[in-house]
Write a protein that binds this ligand. Structure first.
Ligand SMILES: Nc1ncnc2c1ncn2[C@@H]1O[C@H](COP(=O)(O)OP(=O)(O)O)[C@@H](O)[C@H]1O
Ligand SMILES: [Mg+2]
Length: 271
């Protein structure tokens, strides 16, 4: 079986002051081992709630229907304790804002080390070695020395690299990246995208890459799920979705992608 993650008819209902609201409605998709699936949609379309449901991190009071199977095992309705074990060991997530996920009072090395030891155990020495290796893998120069630095001593792009190192240090089968480059400038964004794509190939991690920017998806995902107001409006290979979008909403997203040629005077446009 080549299927790593299977989300079937997932509905997420959140309590609000106006009563329960379905923020994810009947969403189904799969992620193969060694595959990157993109989830794209405007802000508020339910992308994060879909990923939080997979990670068992939905807000208190949330209700779910459907099924989420990782490696064949159902993830919905597990205990907190079981989900804590699954997070890190089998599935990891990186978020848009690394500062809110890193503790400012501990060195980054110690934070990655704790993550590693909580799941893998072993000696402190072995954990330290894994930390330095993880930092090297995500392209932090002089990883041995940098492991002893605090989060504020790194740039935004480097902090996102550190989050990726922390997410991958236990070699999870699934990595969910929820808008990991949104807060970064365009050049750094491109570097992080390349890093994720390279790591995905090296480690054979199944990846869910979430973004509101359809332009980013083409470079990283083989299959794409488009969400609009909690619903899945499109699902297919990146090629299918880009070349023949079936839904008006996808066409609007595609039209809003700035083309490089847009900035050039007409006589310099090379077709
Ligand atoms: N804690 C919450 N309680 C109630 N509604 C929420 C909560 N968090 C988010 N929402 C709503 O759920 C919907 C989906 O949100 P989200 O999954 O975060 O969207 P996206 O990640 O696509 O921007 C939005 O309409 C949002 O306003
Ligand atoms: Mg979100």
């Amino acid at each position: 079986m080549n299927e790593l993650l299977a989300v079937q008819n997932l509905t997420v209902t959140l309590p609000t002051t106006r009563g329960p609201v379905d923020v994810v409605k009947d969403v189904s998709f799969t992620v193969g081992r060694d595959e990157t699936v993109g989830i794209v949609g405007e802000s508020g379309s339910g992308k994060s709630m879909t990923s939080l449901a997979i990670m068992g991190l939905l807000p208190r009071g949330a209700m779910t229907k459907g099924s989420i199977r990782l490696d064949g095992a159902e993830l919905l309705h597990r205990t907190d304790r079981e989900m804590r074990r699954i997070r890190g060991e089998q599935a990891s997530m990186i978020f848009q804002d690394p500062l809110s996920s890193l503790n400012p009072y501990y060195t980054v090395g110690l934070q990655i080390e704790e993550m590693y030891r909580a799941h893998r155990g072993g000696s402190r020495k072995a954990a330290r070695k894994a930390v330095v290796e993880a930092l090297r893998q995500v392209g932090i120069p002089e990883p041995q020395e940098r492991a002893g630095h605090y989060p504020h001593q790194f740039s935004g792009g480097q902090r996102q690299r550190i989050m990726i190192a922390m997410a991958l240090v236990c070699s999870p089968a699934l990595l969910i990246a929820d808008e990991p480059t949104t807060a970064l400038d365009v050049t750094v964004q491109a570097q992080i995208l390349r890093l994720l794509a390279d790591l995905q190939r090296q480690t054979h991690t199944g990846m869910v890459f979430i973004t509101h920017d359809l332009a980013v998806i083409g470079s990283i995902a083989t299959r794409v799920l488009v969400m609009c107001e909690g619903q899945q409006v499109e699902y297919g290979t990146a090629e299918q979705v880009f070349s023949a979008p079936r839904h008006a909403y996808t066409r609007r997203l595609l039209e809003s992608i700035p083309r490089i040629t847009d900035d050039l005077p007409a006589d310099e446009v090379v077709l």
